[in-house]
Ligand binder design. Structure first.
Ligand SMILES: [Zn+2]
Length: 371
């Protein structure tokens, strides 16, 4: 049990009965480790199961996962995992937690696709029960009715959850962004949120990343225009570094490449995997012949190439950093290349990004798309 346990007694409840317990095992006041349990009577459901990448002082630590002692002690009560979206800070602890806790995973198709890929790596995919849901589906488990509600985020297919319990509705937003012009047209489902609001909500658990910043986040479509502007002016190779999970951004890079007659070469393990999964599930559209193999790179004229890679945060082992530092077996950032860093800089990574950029040779330029 963590000291952050919250017990909610129903207002005006007449008959004694179980309390609803909302138990955050991670993700409150920190970026990463998102994991929240809801317990009522003899049933527990778990919302998200994320990891955190270690802080600088955690020497020798590869990843951090939530403390699941409470779940292990109440193993038989755990009925299901509900995953809001496919980011690692919401899914990355699953390979470790599923070894201890056996329960099905409910999520949308892309989220399941990304989780499955990870579990295959750990040899756990076959023993895991996946239940694919769509927005507005309601899953009933014990005393909980869980509705998935569409939200926009920097990964496709994200959802919030409205969890109806005998004591009232708990709304868990997952991560979200208010984008009126998302690339896939899947706008946040304002109607469902309003309906729950009208009926009354017992507790709202909301993502609050960046709330202290004034103003609006750029719409994903705006980033597409910025990308096109940069593409229009480039004569040499274009190297775009982005988060491989940001399928909408990948789509916009594909669209810009089509528009300016360039072929896309993918680089980085997660970029290759995520593009494959998203294309298979229909979340990413690429015309035949757009994607070229790394082996073809040398035979393509520079003004016909976009290299789409991981490593936008200057991570020392990432593909882009190794290319920039002349440490990559096949690739190198060369004179005439334009490198576009197409993601926000995660706080704490600025030094690594600057080190990578400062290593550039003459005739290489770095650009950013703004988010
Ligand atoms: Zn997220």
């Amino acid at each position: 049990m963590t000291d952050a346990e919250i017990g909610i007694e129903g207002p005006g409840r007449e008959v004694p009965g179980p309390a609803l317990r909302i138990i955050p095992l991670g993700g409150l006041g920190e970026i990463g480790l998102n994991m929240m349990c809801l317990e009522y009577g003899d049933a527990i459901i778990v919302v998200d199961c994320g990891l955190m990448f270690p802080e600088d002082y955690m020497l020798g630590i590869d990843i951090v996962i939530p403390d699941i002692t409470y779940l292990k002690r109440n193993r038989e009560k755990v009925k299901a995992f509900f995953i809001t979206h496919g980011h690692e800070d919401h899914t990355g602890a699953l390979p470790f937690v599923l070894r201890e806790i056996d329960a099905p995973i409910y999520a949308t198709a892309l989220t399941i696709g990304l989780i499955e890929e990870k579990l295959i790596e750990f040899g756990l995919a076959k023993s895991t029960v996946f239940q694919t849901v769509r927005p507005r589906d309601v899953v009933s488990i014990g005393p909980f009715d869980v509705e998935f509600i569409r939200v926009c985020h920097s990964i496709a297919d994200g959802c919030a959850l409205a969890i109806s319990t005998p004591l009232g509705v708990v709304v868990h937003t997952g991560d979200f962004k208010l984008d009126q012009t998302p690339v896939d047209g899947e706008v946040l489902d304002y109607a469902r949120f309003s309906e729950y609001g009208e009926k009354g909500v017992l507790a709202l658990m909301s993502d609050s990343t960046n709330v202290e910043k004034e103003g609006y986040t750029l719409s994903e479509k705006e980033i597409g225009y910025n990308l096109e502007e940069i593409f229009r002016r480039c004569e040499g190779r274009i190297i775009v570094a982005a988060f491989s999970s940001n399928i909408h951004r990948v789509q916009q890079v594909f669209d810009a490449a089509v528009k300016f007659g360039r072929k896309v070469v993918l680089n980085g393990k997660s970029m290759l995997a995520n593009v494959r999964i998203a294309r298979t599930l229909g979340y990413l559209k690429a015309p035949d012949g757009l994607i070229a193999d790394l082996k073809e790179l040398d035979s393509l004229p520079h003004h016909r190439v976009v290299l789409l890679t991981t490593g936008s945060q200057g991570e020392p082992m990432s593909a882009l950093t190794r290319m920039a530092m002349d440490n990559h077996k096949q690739l190198k950032v060369e004179r005439g290349d334009t490198v576009i860093l197409s993601s926000k800089f995660i706080p704490g990574h600025e030094k690594a990004i600057a080190t990578m950029m400062n290593h550039r040779g003459p005739g290489t330029s770095y650009r950013c798309t703004g988010s």
